[in-house]
Design a protein. Sequence first.
Length: 316
Amino acid sequence: MTATTTTATTATKSVKSLKARMLSSRERSGVALALAAVCLIGGSVAAAGRLRDFPVMGGQAARYALATVFLILWARIRGHTFVRPTPVQALWIVLLAAMGMAGYGVVLLHAVSLTAPGNVGVVIGASPLVIVLVRALLTRTRPSRNLMAGALCVAAGSAVPQLTTGGQVQWSAAGFAWSCLALACGAAITLLGAPPTEQLGALTVTTYACGLAAVMLFVAALITRTVTGTPVLRAPTAVEFAALAFLALGVTTVVFLLWYGAIERLGAGRTGLFNGLTPVASLIALSVTGTATATVHQAAGAALVLFGVVLGLRRA
């Protein structure tokens, strides 16, 4: 009887331990939201390529202005009430609009103009590791071993596809500096968006931040025109208009709602791991459109990133 009881108790503990390690239904929905967001971001590569000749500042401003209109219409349909943020929440949202939205797109484009896109990807691929470390510092907690190991795998996997056939990565000082700034702005989307989202909700935070980003970018475009003579905007072609509409509706409006919905369910640390899948999603989108062909390095990096995400999502 004693042996039987002991065996039954051990089996019960094993089942409970297994259940504790499994994702809950809320967490699984968070994974689905994050994956959907990453897929849309990957599809944005082809759309962004159609806007190479369009004014950068003005184009980004128009993108966020359109996104704000879409978000307000969606809020009206849902009967959503926008809550006035507190001064602290407003500060988070302003920083999010400046760094995570307005700043990220402009900085990324400038970094790519100074060095190879693959080199920029090496740096940005470390964003999950940055998010995990910064969140641990802000919350004064030690991240779990699974989360740290997963973040390291994601960062390494993002770097592998950028290696040349000789195993070397060529850097430029200016390109590396701007890539680090792009890394900071990319990580800011999660780090700065998480605190107000937990209190105000994804729709409210995204709408406020998009509106502020549009204003900031329009002002920057006006200043740029005064200094350099670059036009703020021009009439887009049909292809450019379609690209702007996709970036505004799909990549800005929907992606941010999906991403912050995932943060509400998974937390900033585990959601941040999915940033490492963005190069993979971009590669798939480029392969589907016939723009690029996957290499062995890219396939190996994708596998390592996927392993890192799965490892980081596991509970200790």
